[in-house]
Design a protein around this ligand. Structure first.
Ligand SMILES: Cc1cc2nc3c(=O)[nH]c(=O)nc-3n(C[C@H](O)[C@H](O)[C@H](O)COP(=O)(O)OP(=O)(O)OC[C@H]3O[C@@H](n4cnc5c(N)ncnc54)[C@H](O)[C@@H]3O)c2cc1C
Length: 312
Protein backbone atom coordinates (compact mmCIF):
# COMPACT_ATOMS: atom_id res chain seq x y z
CA UNK A 1 0.00 0.00 0.00
CA UNK A 2 1.23 3.50 -0.78
CA UNK A 3 0.01 6.70 0.86
CA UNK A 4 -0.35 9.83 -1.21
CA UNK A 5 0.95 12.01 1.60
CA UNK A 6 2.67 11.21 4.88
CA UNK A 7 2.70 14.20 7.24
CA UNK A 8 5.31 14.22 10.00
CA UNK A 9 4.03 16.05 13.09
CA UNK A 10 0.49 16.71 14.32
CA UNK A 11 0.74 20.31 15.53
CA UNK A 12 -1.40 23.05 13.96
CA UNK A 13 0.63 22.82 10.73
CA UNK A 14 0.42 19.05 10.31
CA UNK A 15 -3.26 18.83 11.26
CA UNK A 16 -4.25 21.65 8.92
CA UNK A 17 -2.23 20.10 6.11
CA UNK A 18 -4.19 16.91 6.77
CA UNK A 19 -7.50 18.74 6.38
CA UNK A 20 -6.40 20.28 3.07
CA UNK A 21 -4.88 17.04 1.76
CA UNK A 22 -8.11 15.16 2.50
CA UNK A 23 -10.20 17.84 0.79
CA UNK A 24 -8.21 16.80 -2.31
CA UNK A 25 -8.95 13.15 -1.36
CA UNK A 26 -5.28 12.33 -0.88
CA UNK A 27 -4.72 9.18 1.16
CA UNK A 28 -3.11 10.84 4.15
CA UNK A 29 -1.23 9.52 7.17
CA UNK A 30 -0.10 11.78 10.02
CA UNK A 31 2.69 10.47 12.25
CA UNK A 32 3.10 12.18 15.62
CA UNK A 33 5.95 11.51 18.05
CA UNK A 34 3.83 12.46 21.07
CA UNK A 35 0.24 13.63 21.42
CA UNK A 36 -1.58 15.43 18.61
CA UNK A 37 -1.83 19.18 19.13
CA UNK A 38 1.84 20.16 19.17
CA UNK A 39 3.05 22.95 21.43
CA UNK A 40 -0.53 23.87 22.33
CA UNK A 41 -0.96 20.66 24.30
CA UNK A 42 2.61 20.05 25.40
CA UNK A 43 3.88 23.53 26.27
CA UNK A 44 0.87 25.70 27.16
CA UNK A 45 -2.44 23.78 27.35
CA UNK A 46 -4.04 26.24 29.80
CA UNK A 47 -3.12 29.40 27.95
CA UNK A 48 -5.80 31.53 26.33
CA UNK A 49 -5.36 32.05 22.59
CA UNK A 50 -6.60 35.47 21.54
CA UNK A 51 -5.24 35.77 18.01
CA UNK A 52 -6.70 32.81 16.15
CA UNK A 53 -9.31 34.21 13.75
CA UNK A 54 -12.87 33.27 14.60
CA UNK A 55 -12.09 32.56 18.24
CA UNK A 56 -12.09 35.69 20.38
CA UNK A 57 -10.62 33.70 23.24
CA UNK A 58 -10.08 29.96 23.40
CA UNK A 59 -7.95 27.67 25.51
CA UNK A 60 -4.88 26.32 23.65
CA UNK A 61 -5.67 22.69 24.42
CA UNK A 62 -9.28 23.12 23.25
CA UNK A 63 -8.16 24.66 19.95
CA UNK A 64 -5.67 21.81 19.43
CA UNK A 65 -8.32 19.17 20.17
CA UNK A 66 -10.66 20.81 17.66
CA UNK A 67 -7.94 20.77 15.01
CA UNK A 68 -7.30 17.07 15.71
CA UNK A 69 -11.01 16.22 15.50
CA UNK A 70 -11.21 18.18 12.25
CA UNK A 71 -8.32 16.27 10.65
CA UNK A 72 -9.76 12.92 11.76
CA UNK A 73 -13.27 13.79 10.60
CA UNK A 74 -11.85 14.57 7.14
CA UNK A 75 -10.45 11.03 7.01
CA UNK A 76 -6.80 11.42 7.98
CA UNK A 77 -5.15 8.40 9.55
CA UNK A 78 -3.31 9.52 12.69
CA UNK A 79 -0.68 7.54 14.60
CA UNK A 80 0.33 9.11 17.91
CA UNK A 81 3.47 8.13 19.87
CA UNK A 82 5.28 7.23 16.67
CA UNK A 83 8.40 9.28 15.98
CA UNK A 84 9.75 9.49 12.47
CA UNK A 85 13.43 8.70 12.13
CA UNK A 86 14.16 8.87 8.42
CA UNK A 87 12.87 9.61 4.93
CA UNK A 88 14.33 7.35 2.25
CA UNK A 89 14.11 7.31 -1.53
CA UNK A 90 12.63 4.12 -2.96
CA UNK A 91 11.91 3.35 -6.61
CA UNK A 92 10.43 6.72 -7.61
CA UNK A 93 8.68 7.40 -4.32
CA UNK A 94 9.59 7.97 -0.68
CA UNK A 95 9.62 5.73 2.38
CA UNK A 96 9.05 7.23 5.80
CA UNK A 97 10.77 5.23 8.51
CA UNK A 98 9.37 5.56 12.00
CA UNK A 99 10.45 3.83 15.19
CA UNK A 100 7.59 1.36 14.64
CA UNK A 101 7.13 0.81 10.88
CA UNK A 102 7.88 2.01 7.34
CA UNK A 103 5.37 3.76 5.08
CA UNK A 104 5.63 4.31 1.34
CA UNK A 105 4.42 7.69 0.15
CA UNK A 106 4.23 9.74 -3.03
CA UNK A 107 4.90 12.90 -1.03
CA UNK A 108 6.08 13.80 2.46
CA UNK A 109 5.29 16.91 4.46
CA UNK A 110 7.52 17.83 7.40
CA UNK A 111 5.64 19.73 10.13
CA UNK A 112 7.69 18.93 13.20
CA UNK A 113 7.58 22.44 14.69
CA UNK A 114 10.04 22.73 17.55
CA UNK A 115 9.54 19.08 18.39
CA UNK A 116 13.06 18.04 17.68
CA UNK A 117 14.47 21.02 19.44
CA UNK A 118 15.88 21.00 22.96
CA UNK A 119 15.39 23.89 25.36
CA UNK A 120 18.50 26.05 25.72
CA UNK A 121 20.27 25.75 29.05
CA UNK A 122 21.69 28.61 31.10
CA UNK A 123 24.66 26.59 32.30
CA UNK A 124 24.58 28.04 35.82
CA UNK A 125 25.49 26.10 38.98
CA UNK A 126 22.53 24.12 40.31
CA UNK A 127 20.69 23.97 36.96
CA UNK A 128 21.69 20.42 36.09
CA UNK A 129 21.64 19.22 39.66
CA UNK A 130 18.04 20.32 40.24
CA UNK A 131 16.60 19.43 36.82
CA UNK A 132 13.14 17.94 37.42
CA UNK A 133 13.56 18.79 41.12
CA UNK A 134 12.40 22.36 40.68
CA UNK A 135 14.26 23.32 37.51
CA UNK A 136 12.35 22.78 34.27
CA UNK A 137 12.02 24.16 30.77
CA UNK A 138 8.25 24.17 30.28
CA UNK A 139 5.47 25.10 32.62
CA UNK A 140 4.50 22.26 34.98
CA UNK A 141 0.84 21.40 35.61
CA UNK A 142 -0.85 24.46 37.09
CA UNK A 143 -2.07 22.31 40.03
CA UNK A 144 1.54 21.66 41.04
CA UNK A 145 2.22 25.40 41.26
CA UNK A 146 -0.58 26.33 43.64
CA UNK A 147 0.76 28.60 46.43
CA UNK A 148 4.37 28.06 45.26
CA UNK A 149 6.99 30.70 44.47
CA UNK A 150 8.17 30.38 40.89
CA UNK A 151 10.65 32.29 38.82
CA UNK A 152 10.69 32.38 35.03
CA UNK A 153 13.92 33.19 33.22
CA UNK A 154 13.50 34.79 29.80
CA UNK A 155 11.96 37.80 28.13
CA UNK A 156 10.12 36.52 25.06
CA UNK A 157 6.45 35.73 24.48
CA UNK A 158 6.88 32.18 25.58
CA UNK A 159 8.41 32.99 29.01
CA UNK A 160 5.94 35.79 29.73
CA UNK A 161 2.88 33.84 28.60
CA UNK A 162 3.89 30.92 30.80
CA UNK A 163 4.46 33.33 33.69
CA UNK A 164 0.94 34.75 33.21
CA UNK A 165 -0.51 31.23 33.56
CA UNK A 166 1.57 30.52 36.67
CA UNK A 167 0.60 33.87 38.22
CA UNK A 168 -3.02 32.69 38.43
CA UNK A 169 -2.03 30.30 41.23
CA UNK A 170 1.53 31.08 42.33
CA UNK A 171 3.74 33.95 43.46
CA UNK A 172 5.57 34.61 40.21
CA UNK A 173 8.77 36.38 39.25
CA UNK A 174 10.31 36.96 35.83
CA UNK A 175 14.05 37.52 35.55
CA UNK A 176 15.30 38.95 32.26
CA UNK A 177 18.83 39.96 31.37
CA UNK A 178 17.89 43.02 29.30
CA UNK A 179 16.17 46.26 30.37
CA UNK A 180 13.18 45.56 28.09
CA UNK A 181 11.17 42.44 27.29
CA UNK A 182 11.30 41.04 23.76
CA UNK A 183 7.68 39.87 23.92
CA UNK A 184 4.72 41.47 22.10
CA UNK A 185 3.54 44.75 23.62
CA UNK A 186 0.12 43.23 24.45
CA UNK A 187 1.79 40.43 26.41
CA UNK A 188 4.12 42.84 28.21
CA UNK A 189 1.11 45.01 29.12
CA UNK A 190 -0.66 41.98 30.64
CA UNK A 191 2.43 41.22 32.69
CA UNK A 192 2.63 44.83 33.87
CA UNK A 193 -1.02 44.69 34.94
CA UNK A 194 -0.61 41.34 36.69
CA UNK A 195 0.78 40.29 40.08
CA UNK A 196 4.03 39.20 38.42
CA UNK A 197 7.18 40.78 39.86
CA UNK A 198 9.70 41.52 37.13
CA UNK A 199 13.44 41.85 37.65
CA UNK A 200 15.08 43.38 34.58
CA UNK A 201 18.78 43.80 33.78
CA UNK A 202 19.30 40.72 35.85
CA UNK A 203 21.19 37.48 35.42
CA UNK A 204 20.56 34.26 37.24
CA UNK A 205 23.86 33.40 38.93
CA UNK A 206 23.02 30.13 40.70
CA UNK A 207 20.29 27.86 41.96
CA UNK A 208 20.51 26.50 45.51
CA UNK A 209 18.67 23.92 47.56
CA UNK A 210 18.89 20.55 49.30
CA UNK A 211 16.42 17.94 48.03
CA UNK A 212 14.90 20.42 45.58
CA UNK A 213 15.20 24.10 44.61
CA UNK A 214 14.96 26.45 47.57
CA UNK A 215 16.45 29.73 46.35
CA UNK A 216 18.26 31.52 43.56
CA UNK A 217 20.85 34.28 43.42
CA UNK A 218 20.49 36.98 40.75
CA UNK A 219 22.92 39.72 39.80
CA UNK A 220 20.98 42.92 39.15
CA UNK A 221 21.84 46.12 37.27
CA UNK A 222 25.19 47.58 36.20
CA UNK A 223 26.46 47.25 39.76
CA UNK A 224 25.75 43.49 39.62
CA UNK A 225 24.15 43.74 43.03
CA UNK A 226 23.36 40.21 44.31
CA UNK A 227 19.84 39.38 45.45
CA UNK A 228 18.65 36.10 46.90
CA UNK A 229 15.07 35.01 46.15
CA UNK A 230 13.34 32.15 47.92
CA UNK A 231 11.66 30.07 45.19
CA UNK A 232 10.32 26.53 44.75
CA UNK A 233 10.65 26.35 40.97
CA UNK A 234 12.85 27.83 38.25
CA UNK A 235 11.36 27.70 34.76
CA UNK A 236 13.93 28.53 32.10
CA UNK A 237 12.62 29.71 28.76
CA UNK A 238 15.40 31.28 26.74
CA UNK A 239 14.79 29.55 23.42
CA UNK A 240 15.48 26.23 21.80
CA UNK A 241 18.55 24.57 20.38
CA UNK A 242 17.78 22.42 17.38
CA UNK A 243 18.70 18.76 17.49
CA UNK A 244 19.94 18.59 13.95
CA UNK A 245 20.65 14.90 13.63
CA UNK A 246 17.24 13.88 12.27
CA UNK A 247 16.82 16.86 9.97
CA UNK A 248 20.28 16.31 8.52
CA UNK A 249 19.38 12.70 7.79
CA UNK A 250 16.26 13.89 5.99
CA UNK A 251 18.42 15.55 3.31
CA UNK A 252 16.64 18.88 3.15
CA UNK A 253 18.54 22.14 2.87
CA UNK A 254 18.72 24.01 6.17
CA UNK A 255 19.28 27.64 7.00
CA UNK A 256 19.87 28.74 10.59
CA UNK A 257 18.99 25.17 11.53
CA UNK A 258 15.52 25.42 10.00
CA UNK A 259 14.21 23.99 6.73
CA UNK A 260 14.52 26.34 3.78
CA UNK A 261 11.33 26.45 1.69
CA UNK A 262 10.18 28.30 -1.40
CA UNK A 263 6.87 30.16 -1.67
CA UNK A 264 5.06 26.86 -2.37
CA UNK A 265 6.54 25.31 0.80
CA UNK A 266 8.75 23.00 -1.26
CA UNK A 267 12.03 21.92 0.31
CA UNK A 268 15.21 21.26 -1.64
CA UNK A 269 14.29 17.56 -1.79
CA UNK A 270 11.94 16.29 -4.51
CA UNK A 271 8.52 15.32 -3.14
CA UNK A 272 9.25 16.72 0.31
CA UNK A 273 7.35 19.77 1.59
CA UNK A 274 7.51 21.54 4.96
CA UNK A 275 5.51 24.07 6.96
CA UNK A 276 5.08 25.58 10.41
CA UNK A 277 7.70 26.49 12.99
CA UNK A 278 10.33 24.23 11.44
CA UNK A 279 10.62 26.28 8.24
CA UNK A 280 12.38 29.51 7.41
CA UNK A 281 11.90 32.09 4.68
CA UNK A 282 12.20 35.89 4.64
CA UNK A 283 9.56 37.35 6.95
CA UNK A 284 8.70 34.05 8.66
CA UNK A 285 6.53 34.64 11.75
CA UNK A 286 6.04 31.70 14.11
CA UNK A 287 2.36 31.64 14.97
CA UNK A 288 -0.54 29.18 14.81
CA UNK A 289 -2.28 31.08 12.05
CA UNK A 290 0.84 31.29 9.88
CA UNK A 291 1.57 27.58 10.45
CA UNK A 292 -1.98 26.82 9.26
CA UNK A 293 -1.67 29.12 6.25
CA UNK A 294 1.61 27.53 5.21
CA UNK A 295 0.02 24.10 5.67
CA UNK A 296 -2.74 24.93 3.19
CA UNK A 297 -0.13 26.05 0.65
CA UNK A 298 2.05 22.99 1.32
CA UNK A 299 -0.81 20.48 0.97
CA UNK A 300 -1.92 22.13 -2.25
CA UNK A 301 1.65 22.10 -3.60
CA UNK A 302 1.95 18.41 -2.69
CA UNK A 303 -1.30 17.70 -4.53
CA UNK A 304 -0.06 19.53 -7.64
CA UNK A 305 3.22 17.63 -7.45
CA UNK A 306 1.36 14.30 -7.40
CA UNK A 307 -1.07 15.23 -10.14
CA UNK A 308 1.59 16.39 -12.58
CA UNK A 309 1.02 17.55 -15.26
CA UNK A 310 -1.26 19.85 -13.32
CA UNK A 311 -3.59 21.91 -15.48
CA UNK A 312 -4.79 24.72 -13.17
C1 LIG B 1 4.39 29.57 25.38
C2 LIG B 1 3.97 29.75 23.96
C3 LIG B 1 2.83 30.49 23.69
C4 LIG B 1 2.40 30.67 22.37
N1 LIG B 1 1.27 31.38 22.15
C5 LIG B 1 0.82 31.55 20.90
C6 LIG B 1 -0.38 32.31 20.65
O1 LIG B 1 -1.02 32.83 21.57
N2 LIG B 1 -0.81 32.42 19.36
C7 LIG B 1 -0.11 31.87 18.31
O2 LIG B 1 -0.57 32.00 17.17
N3 LIG B 1 1.03 31.15 18.52
C8 LIG B 1 1.50 30.98 19.78
N4 LIG B 1 2.66 30.27 20.00
C9 LIG B 1 3.39 29.69 18.82
C10 LIG B 1 2.67 28.43 18.29
O3 LIG B 1 2.47 27.51 19.35
C11 LIG B 1 3.50 27.77 17.19
O4 LIG B 1 3.78 28.73 16.19
C12 LIG B 1 2.74 26.58 16.60
O5 LIG B 1 2.52 25.59 17.57
C13 LIG B 1 3.53 25.97 15.42
O6 LIG B 1 2.85 24.84 14.97
P1 LIG B 1 3.63 23.62 14.27
O7 LIG B 1 2.56 22.64 13.89
O8 LIG B 1 4.54 24.14 13.24
O9 LIG B 1 4.58 23.00 15.39
P2 LIG B 1 4.30 22.30 16.80
O10 LIG B 1 3.14 22.90 17.48
O11 LIG B 1 5.63 22.33 17.49
O12 LIG B 1 3.94 20.79 16.42
C14 LIG B 1 4.91 19.93 15.87
C15 LIG B 1 4.55 18.50 16.22
O13 LIG B 1 5.47 17.62 15.57
C16 LIG B 1 5.79 16.56 16.43
N5 LIG B 1 7.08 15.98 16.03
C17 LIG B 1 8.31 16.52 16.20
N6 LIG B 1 9.26 15.71 15.73
C18 LIG B 1 8.63 14.62 15.24
C19 LIG B 1 9.08 13.41 14.62
N7 LIG B 1 10.37 13.18 14.36
N8 LIG B 1 8.15 12.48 14.26
C20 LIG B 1 6.82 12.73 14.47
N9 LIG B 1 6.35 13.85 15.07
C21 LIG B 1 7.23 14.79 15.44
C22 LIG B 1 5.83 17.20 17.80
O14 LIG B 1 5.64 16.22 18.82
C23 LIG B 1 4.66 18.19 17.72
O15 LIG B 1 3.44 17.63 18.17
C24 LIG B 1 3.12 30.08 21.30
C25 LIG B 1 4.28 29.33 21.56
C26 LIG B 1 4.71 29.17 22.88
C27 LIG B 1 5.95 28.36 23.15
Amino acid sequence: MIYDLVIIGAGPAGLTAGVYARSRKLKTLILEAGTAGGQLVTLYPDKGIENYPGCVLTQAERLARRMTTHALSMGCELHENERVLDIKDKEGHLTVVSEKAQYDAKGVLIAIGIGLFKPKKLGVPGEKEFEDRGVCYKIPDKDRLVDKRVVFVGGGNSALEMALIAAQVAETYVVHRRDKFRADESVVEKVQNSRIKTILNAELERIDGKESVESIVVKVGPEQERRTLRVDAVIINIGFTPELEDLERWQVELEDNLIKVDTSMRTSRKGVFACGDVVTYPGKYKQIVTACGEAATAANAAYKYMMKPYWA
